[in-house]
Ligand binder design. Structure first.
Ligand code: SF4
Ligand SMILES: [Zn+2]
Length: 358
């Protein structure tokens, strides 16, 4: 499979275009929920880097094409610092006057803590600046192999314990077979346990990204897998769970399956069921849900064109910000019967089904 994934990746990478290396891929401000469950704003910066090394080396994960957003040309420390400083300049006044109302989220198309993407001096500059700004929270994303004593020490050298630091890790599932065969993640459970232990030593939280509906499993299996995975990682001490209902990325293996009608992103009913189960079992924990891609046919959706799709997207966003389960648990629609029938039929069929309405 690795050879196939690498060839697929390389074919698509030829389509990448050079962009201004001093500008981030994207940046925005939104309402957010902090680790202590208070609300505030987050400034998200998607830094332009050369992208995920794992994806270059192995073809990457089956559902991901973040590498397509990465830069085909070298990105220096200076470029990354310019990207970061440029965004901060825009919000300088607000940040200086009201720093504890803000979280800064720094994402790349891979791992922020990998020097291949973010050279050490750029990392150091960014952590130092954030430490001085004294914001409420800082969030980055990384594969677990870069969560080491060295990188955690670098963070805490500049950012004191009053600032909540969290690292989003694409754990995806607690099931190693699903993680490494269906998703081709190349990460063992032991790698994750080690990363959680190391991060916790430095009072750094781990936000567990869990994928709702990896390929090659049925809707029902995906639902059970997400519930089990969340409960397991909550027990292991992650700081929050962030569910990511899958969406179809251009150039990914999942896109090929979807085009052949052998894959469908999850139903929103499945997403709601997972949140209900996990949140009611762990009422004090932060259980969030990403709503990007919903409800297009490339993202999580119920029956296409059913009016409940938009209502549920909004309710999921509100639930994430408030953690109030009542916002999603009483939603109903006629298409719920179709979802139940789909799952029953798919189980009998053994192989995962596509979206026959498409
Ligand atoms: S999901 Fe993360 S680790 Fe996997 S290829 Fe994409 S960026 Fe790399
Ligand atoms: Zn509906």
């Amino acid at each position: 499979m690795e050879k196939y994934l690498k060839e697929l990746r390389n074919r698509h990478l030829k389509k990448r275009k050079e962009k201004n290396p001093d500008r981030p891929i994207a940046t925005w401000v939104q309402d957010d929920i902090f680790r202590d469950k208070t609300n505030g704003k987050s400034i998200t910066i998607i830094l332009r880097t050369v992208g995920c090394k794992y994806a270059y080396d192995t073809g990457g994960c089956t559902m991901c094409s973040y590498l397509m957003d990465s830069s085909p040309i070298k990105i220096t420390s200076e470029n990354i610092i310019n990207q970061f400083n440029g965004v901060l300049d825009k919000y300088k006044e607000e940040l200086e006057n009201n720093s504890k109302n803000y979280s800064i989220k720094l994402f790349t198309s891979g791992s922020f803590l990998d020097e291949f993407e973010v050279p050490n001096d750029a990392m150091e500059h960014i952590f130092k600046t954030i430490g001085e700004l004294n914001v409420k929270e800082v969030a980055i994303e990384s594969r677990p192999e870069y969560i080491t004593n060295e990188t955690m020490e670098l963070i805490r050298k500049h950012i004191n314990n009053d600032i909540n630091v969290e690292i989003g890790v694409g754990i995806e599932t607690a099931n190693e077979e699903i993680r490494n065969i269906s998703i081709h993640k190349g990460i063992s459970n032991k790698d994750i346990e080690d990363a959680i232990t190391t991060a916790n030593k430095y009072a750094v939280g781990i936000k567990a990204y869990l994928l709702i509906k990896p390929p090659f499993i049925t809707e029902k299996q995906a639902m059970e897998d997400s519930i089990n995975s969340a409960n397991k990682y909550i027990e292991m001490g992650v700081s929050r769970i962030s569910f990511c209902p899958s969406s179809i990325h251009k150039g990914s293996l999942v896109e090929l399956l979807w085009k052949k009608n052998q894959y469908r992103p999850p139903f929103l009913w499945t997403v709601i069921e997972i949140l209900k189960e996990v949140k009611s079992k762990n009422p004090d924990k932060l259980i969030m849900c990403d709503t990007s891609g919903i409800p297009s046919n490339r993202g999580a959706h119920n029956k296409i064109d059913c009016e409940c799709n938009y209502k549920i997207k909004e309710a999921l966003g509100d639930y994430t910000l408030t953690q109030d389960l009542s916002l999603i648990e009483n939603i109903d629609c006629e298409c719920k019967t179709y979802w139940a029938e789909f799952m029953k039929y798919e189980e009998k069929n053994i192989v995962p089904l596509g979206d026959y309405e498409r």
